[in-house]
Design a protein around this ligand. Structure first.
Ligand code: AMP
Length: 395
């Protein structure tokens, strides 16, 4: 079993929480505090129970050496504002000074350690580095869902060395929605997939072709399916190596009586640029000189109809190039339909990554049952695979 926070008596104990503070930065400021807010319930619960808390995270890819542009200092400042509490900070996560600060922490105090990836031992999962990290605390809680598909020192190495280990509230919620609910979804069950890369979502599609009633496909991956059906896709994104897989998926959906819906119309332009002249075309034949960049209005209506009549909906990947104004409408319309479905009691789950940031941009996070904090990790869990950082927490 994996223990959740409620199994631990954390009073007067030092608790290391592996958080996922890998947030978008503009150099000096946190641009999106979604992941910081998601970590608050576990931190507050520990503090309120009289623990001292040591927070551990990575940020970006500093290549195993200190680099100020990846410092967690601005993250600590934003978190201190969110918690309305002071936070002690150490500029080296495994120095003697940092360990002394942890040792001297009083109940209710927080100590944030600098980016673990400033040391090569983090990504190499070096046991010596893990051993130094483990010295900070007696109890190890992993709440960093976004990195749980990786086996690094701060999420698997330390856990192996700490007998008292478990998961925090965020990790529990992620597992509940992405594994628990999805293994027994209330029907009708709809999956919406988009984004650019079909390759990264094939396993997920194949798994859910056993359970889903409807599969809606949008985004750049659509054109691989349309080409597999022999349609003209103009200059749209396509992965020719995945055409046989697209054909297989179409065949499997037919066999298992899953309603596979591809767009009936597509918004096209000559480039994915703001202000580009757009036109809507039937997906049966796109103009040879243009590329498909969003689902069209007819598709939006059809997708909405399916979404609002579903009881469980999971969505991963934008419907178009939503980052560019003019091509965000399809993604927005799916997000709106999901918010409406949630309002009438349906379970709506958004996988992490681009669809989560789209939902955030549209201000709809709080309307969903759950928006995952992890992109790769949510895909892996939804595909029915285990996550290394969770496996080591089994006791
Ligand atoms: P993924 O990481 O596979 O989920 O892909 C996300 C990316 O897909 C986003 O950056 C979108 O801009 C991109 N995308 C969505 N629709 C299209 C499209 N029609 N053509 C090209 N890229 C797209």
């Amino acid at each position: 079993m994996i223990k959740s926070l409620k199994y631990f008596d954390v009073k007067n104990r030092k608790v290391m929480i592996r958080v996922d503070f890998n947030v978008p930065m503009d150099g000096e400021r946190v641009m999106d505090d979604f992941r910081l807010r998601a970590a608050v319930p576990t931190i507050m619960d520990c503090l309120q129970q009289g623990a001292s808390v040591i927070l551990v995270s990575h940020l970006g890819r500093p290549q195993g050496k200190p680099d100020n542009s990846f410092s967690l200092v601005p993250v600590g400042e934003t978190l201190a504002d969110l918690l309305e509490l002071p936070i002690k900070f150490s500029d080296d996560c495994v120095s003697q000074d940092a360990r002394d600060v942890s040792l001297g922490l009083k109940p209710g105090e927080i100590h944030l350690l600098e980016n673990t990836r400033f040391h090569p031992g983090e990504e190499n999962n070096d046991p010596n580095f893990s051993a130094l990290l483990a010295k900070h605390a007696q109890i190890y809680i992993n709440d960093a869902f976004g990195t749980s598909h990786r086996a690094h020192a701060s999420n698997t190495g330390v856990a192996k060395l700490t007998p008292q280990k478990g998961i925090g509230h965020l990790m529990e919620k992620e597992i509940h929605f992405l594994k628990g609910i999805m293994s027994k979804p209330e029907k009708p069950f709809t999956i919406i997939l988009g984004g650019a890369k079909l390759k990264t979502k094939v396993e997920l599609i194949k798994r859910f072709l056993f359970e889903a009633d409807t599969l809606l496909i949008g985004g750049g991956m659509v054109f691989t399916f349309l080409k597999a059906q022999g349609k003209e896709i103009g200059k749209s994104l396509v992965d020719d190596s995945m055409i046989p897989v697209a054909k297989e998926i179409i065949g499997l959906a037919h066999q298992r009586k899953v309603k596979l819906m591809l767009p009936v119309d597509i918004v096209c332009a000559t480039a994915a640029k703001e202000g580009a002249k757009t036109s809507v075309h039937s997906s049966r034949e796109l103009p040879k000189t243009k590329m498909g960049l969003d689902i069209g209005p007819g598709t939006m209506d059809r997708f909405r109809d399916e979404i609002v009549k579903s009881k469980t909906i999971i969505w991963n990947g934008p419907m178009g190039v939503f980052e560019v104004p003019g091509f965000e409408k399809g993604t927005m319309s799916v997000a709106d339909a999901m918010a409406d479905a949630a309002e009438t009691g349906s379970i709506t789950v958004v996988g992490g990554g681009d669809s989560a940031s789209a939902i955030n941009d549209f201000g709809l996070i709080h309307k969903m049952s759950h928006v995952s904090t992890g992109g790769g990790a949510s895909l892996q869990l939804l595909s029915g695979k285990t996550l290394p950082a969770l496996e080591v927490l089994e006791v």
